[in-house]
Design a protein around this ligand. Structure first.
Ligand code: ATP
Length: 346
C-alpha cells in the first residue's frame, strides 16, 4: 500500500451528506444514495468498493455533475478545491470543470471514444478546447501524452481509429485523454474490469505513476476489493446506497469492522485459496423498494440480531478515522466480527 499522509493533505473533493433521488414529480422519491460523506485529499487515492447496484457509479456521476435526467441531487453538497460548489454550477461552468479540473475514465473506452474519429483528432480536440493550444502544439502534446501512458509509436497511433487498438491500448488512450488537461481529480470507474489480469496490473501501475508524477487525486471505483487493495490510501465500502465502512486502507484490511467488508475480503481470490471454493456473500443487494427500515445488510448478515432488522445503524467511529455502520462494531469496536467463511457458497 502506498504511503500517503491523509492528515497532512488538503481536501480537494469534499462530498458532504449527499443524497440522490429518483426524479418523481411531486411524489416522495426513494433515495439511490443516502447521506454520503467522503473527502479526497490532494494527491490521495480513495477506493470506493461495493457490489453491482450499490451506487458507486451514481456517486461518480454526481461528482462530475453528470447525473442522468431520471436522478437528482436531493440533499447535501459537493465542493471542489474549497471554492467550487458542484450543486451551484451552471452548465458552462460544469463543462469547464469537467476535463480541466476533474476527468473520468470508464470501464468501456469504446463508449467514450468516437469510433469515427482518429485518436489524434479526439485528443487534440480536447486539448484545444480546454487548453486553447494551436493545432501543432496540441498535436505535439497529444503525442507526448500517448508516450506517457506507455503507448509505442505515438506519431502513427495518432492517425489510427479506436477499433484498430486492443482493449488495453484503448484504455491507455482514454487515460491519456483524461490526463490531457492535467486535472486535479481523476475518477476511474472500473477502469480495468474488461482487461485481462496482466494488463490490469499495468494500467493500475500507470495510474499510480500519474499520482506520483502529477500529484493527481484519484477516486478508484471497483466491485473488486482486490483491485482497490494495493492502490488506495483510503477505502469507502458502499452498500445499497450508503457508506457502510470507511477508513485507512490498512485498517480496512487488517481490522474490518462491518460484516459486508469482511464478506468482500473473503471473496478476494488468492493463490493460497486456490483449492478452496471461491467465497461469495449469500443473497443479493436489495432493490430500492426492498430496503427495510433496519440495517440494509441485515438479510445477508450472519451476525444480524432483532435490533438490526428493526433499526438503522448510524455510521459510528470505531477508531481514529475508521467508521462503520454496524451496531456490533459500535458496541465492541472493530474486532466485533470473526470472518464469515463458514457461510461460504460456491
Ligand atoms: N438512470 C437511472 N435511472 C434510475 N435509477 C438509476 C439510474 N442509474 C442508477 N440507478 C439506480 O441506482 C442504483 C445504483 O446504481 P449504480 O450504477 O450507481 O451502481 P454501481 O454500484 O455503480 O453498480 P455497477 O457496478 O453495476 O455499475 C441502481 O440499482 C438503480 O436503482
Amino acid at each position: 500500500m502506498t504511503k500517503f499522509n491523509a492528515a497532512q493533505a488538503a481536501k480537494l473533493l469534499d462530498i458532504r451528506d449527499v443524497s440522490v433521488s429518483l426524479n418523481a414529480r411531486g411524489k416522495p422519491a426513494p433515495s439511490v444514495l443516502e447521506g454520503i460523506s467522503l473527502a479526497v485529499g490532494k494527491g490521495e487515492i480513495v477506493g470506493v468498493v461495493g457490489e453491482s447496484g450499490c451506487g458507486k457509479s451514481v456517486l461518480s456521476l454526481s461528482v462530475l455533475g453528470l447525473l442522468p435526467g431520471a436522478l437528482r441531487l436531493s440533499g447535501g453538497e459537493i465542493e471542489y478545491a474549497g471554492v467550487h460548489r458542484l450543486d451551484r454550477m451552471g452548465q458552462d461552468e460544469l463543462r469547464r470543470y469537467r476535463g480541466k479540473e476533474a476527468a473520468m475514465i470508464f470501464q468501456d473506452p469504446m463508449s467514450s471514444l468516437n469510433p469515427g474519429l482518429t485518436i489524434g483528432a479526439q485528443l487534440t480536440e480536447m486539448i484545444r478546447l480546454h487548453l486553447g493550444y494551436g493545432r501543432k502544439e496540441a498535436s505535439e502534446w497529444a503525442g507526448q501524452l500517448l508516450h506517457k501512458v506507455g503507448l509505442p509509436r505515438p506519431a502513427s497511433l495518432l492517425r489510427e481509429y479506436p477499433h484498430r487498438l486492443s482493449g488495453g491500448m484503448r484504455q491507455r488512450v482514454m487515460i491519456a485523454m483524461a490526463m490531457s488537461c492535467n486535472p486535479g481529480l481523476l475518477i476511474a470507474d472500473e477502469p480495468t474490469t474488461a482487461l485481462d489480469v496482466t494488463i490490469q496490473a499495468q494500467i493500475l501501475e500507470m495510474m499510480r505513476g500519474i499520482r506520483e508524477e502529477n500529484g493527481t487525486s484519484i477516486m478508484l471505483i471497483s466491485h473488486d476489493l482486490g483491485v482497490i487493495a494495493d492502490m488506495s490510501d483510503r477505502i469507502a465500502v458502499m452498500y445499497a446506497g450508503q457508506i457502510v465502512e470507511e477508513g485507512d486502507a490498512r485498517d480496512i484490511f487488517d481490522r474490518p469492522a462491518h460484516p459486508y467488508t469482511i464478506g468482500l475480503l473473503n471473496a478476494i481470490p488468492s493463490p493460497a485459496k486456490k483449492r478452496e471454493k471461491l467465497f461469495a456473500i449469500p443473497g443479493t443487494v436489495p432493490a430500492l423498494e426492498e430496503r427495510g427500515r433496519g440495517c440494509r445488510f441485515a438479510p445477508r448478515c450472519p451476525h444480524a440480531e432483532e435490533r438490526c432488522r428493526a433499526e438503522a445503524p448510524p455510521l459510528v467511529r470505531v477508531r481514529h478515522e475508521h467508521r462503520a455502520r454496524c451496531f456490533l462494531a459500535e458496541e465492541k469496536g472493530a474486532t466485533a466480527h470473526e470472518p464469515i467463511r463458514s457461510g461460504a457458497v460456491g
